[in-house]
Ligand binder design. Structure first.
Ligand code: E4P
Length: 218
C-alpha cells in the first residue's frame, strides 16, 4: 500500500519523507489556499518545491472545468516535473480529459469520486489513480469504506490497472481499514501516518528495556 500525504504544508511533507515511508503527495486548491499559496506563479513554484522534497508522485489539480482548459492546464502541469500527476475532477469534461491524457501517456488522478459508477468511468478513461473521498462520505452518514470495497471488487473483476487512492482519510483506522480492503494507496494528513506509530505497550516495553540495560551496565 502506498502512503501519500494530503497537504501542501512543506514541513509536514518533509517530516513524512524523513520517516522513510512516503510514496507521494496529493494537493488540492483548498490545501494550497490553507498554506497561503495563491496566484498561478506561486502555485507552480510550490509544486516544484514539493517535487524537490519527495521522490514519489505529486498530484496537481486543474482549476478549469472545460475540456480545452483542462488539457492546457494539465499539459503545463505535467511539463513542470516528471513526478507531477494531473488531477482532474470527475465531471464529463474531466473524464474526456482523462482519456486524452491517458492516450498521451500522461498520468492522471481523477478526484471527487463518491460512487462506484464514477470510479468505473475513471477506470474506463484510463485514470492512473481514482480518488474516492471516504471521510466526506462518513461525514454525511454514508459508509465511505464500503465505497472503497465496491471499487476494489469492480476493478478486480475486470483487471483495471487504475489504482484506488483512498482520499479524505481522517485518522489511522481509516488507513488500516483501507489496507484490509486492499486499497492501493491512501492519502491523509501527517497525523494519520504518525498515528500508526502509537502503542502504549511499545512505550512501556522500551522504557523497561532501557531501565534493565542501565541496571545491567551500572
Ligand atoms: C484528495 O486528494 C483530497 O485532497 C483530500 O483527500 C480531501 O480530503 P478532505 O475531505 O479532508 O478535504
Amino acid at each position: 500500500m502506498k502512503f501519500f500525504i494530503d497537504t501542501a504544508n512543506l514541513e509536514d511533507i518533509a517530516e513524512a519523507q524523513a520517516l522513510g515511508v512516503l510514496d507521494g503527495v496529493t494537493t488540492n486548491p483548498s490545501l494550497m489556499a490553507k498554506e497561503g499559496i495563491t496566484g498561478e506563479d506561486n502555485i507552480i513554484n510550490h509544486y516544484k518545491k514539493i517535487c524537490d522534497i519527495v521522490e514519489g508522485d505529486v498530484s496537481a489539480e486543474v482549476i478549469s472545468t472545460d475540456f480545452e482548459g483542462m488539457v492546457k492546464e494539465g499539459e503545463a502541469l505535467a511539463a513542470l516535473h516528471p513526478q507531477i500527476v494531473v488531477k482532474l475532477p470527475l465531471i464529463a469534461d474531466g473524464i474526456k480529459a482523462c482519456k486524452y491524457f491517458s492516450d498521451k501517456g500522461i498520468r492522471t488522478n481523477v478526484t471527487l469520486v463518491f460512487s462506484a459508477g464514477q470510479a468505473l468511468l475513471a477506470a474506463k478513461a484510463g485514470a492512473t489513480y481514482v480518488s474516492p473521498f471516504l471521510g466526506r462520505l462518513d461525514d454525511i452518514s454514508t459508509d465511505g469504506l464500503n465505497l472503497i470495497a465496491e471499487i476494489r471488487q469492480i476493478y478486480d473483476n475486470y483487471g483495471f490497472n487504475t489504482q484506488i487512492l483512498a482520499a479524505s482519510i481522517r485518522h489511522t483506522m481509516h488507513v488500516i481499514d483501507c489496507a484490509k480492503i486492499g486499497s492501493d494507496v491512501m492519502t491523509g494528513p501527517l497525523s494519520s501516518i504518525k498515528g500508526l506509530l502509537k502503542h502504549p505497550l511499545t512505550d512501556i516495553g522500551l522504557a523497561k528495556f532501557l531501565e534493565d540495560y542501565k541496571k545491567g551496565n551500572s
